[in-house]
Design a protein around this ligand. Sequence first.
Ligand code: OAD
Length: 247
Amino acid sequence: MLLNLHYQPHDDMNEKKHIVVLTGAGISAESGVVTFRDIGGLWHIYNPMELASINGFRRNREAALDFYNKRRAQLATVEPNHAHKVLAALENDYRVSIITQNVDDLHERAGSTDVLHLHGELSKVTGMNNPNDRRCITTKPLNEPIVIGDKAADGSQMRPFVVMFGEPVPNITRAHNIVEQADVFVVIGTSLTVYPAADLINAVPYNTPCFIIDPNEIDAATDLGFTPFKDTACRGIDRFVELLNEL
Ligand code: OAD
């Protein structure tokens, strides 16, 4: 329904206004992907240092692969929700850059064309020895598990193409550059507790309108003067779009 709203883009001088969006697990919650730190979230069930850190992965590859294989298989069963779709539809009238901490591909499946993944992508695999070497990164169908003995192009054990705790975040510099170009900045569904991603809220240019959509109060953003929509992603995105027309 919202997708039919008449947006009023900023098109003085034929330039589209640039909306930069930082998303986290909360935007995919209404698609059925569980978050990490909410009650019932992944880190209340699993130990991230055992399963999602590079040292844990080296200690027990089988358990870590099983954890990621389950998440990969579950991702194959879910669909983008209204919030993902509205962000994609905004591209008709705005330049929209999405920076996501999510390893799901729901933004892309909704139709967004400019998506930067900070923490990798579950639909891709790479090798243990050279995880960020482009020659080692390939796609693998989500419902095909990665097993011990699967090899990447460099001959090392295949692993998911995700950033684990203890590893660098290669896309963070690109993300900073994008945030610095924002005309409007909106954060959706992240607790802003994991660095360096959480620090992106400090890279927004002075006087840029900033919003956060999250059912919980996120102090890091409200302390900086972000306008909070204390709501779920699917409801909050409609409120955000209504407000966009007034900017
Ligand atoms: P968190 O689980 O830390 O935070 C999820 C946020 O989503 C919380 O602020 C919730 O209040 C909010 N939320 C819950 N339901 C929502 C809904 N329906 N609509 C909107 N928001 C909702 O997840 P992230 O902040 O994404 O990294 O976590 C950051 C990183 O920590 C992840 O990328 C992952 C994790 O460890 C790695 O594994 C490297």
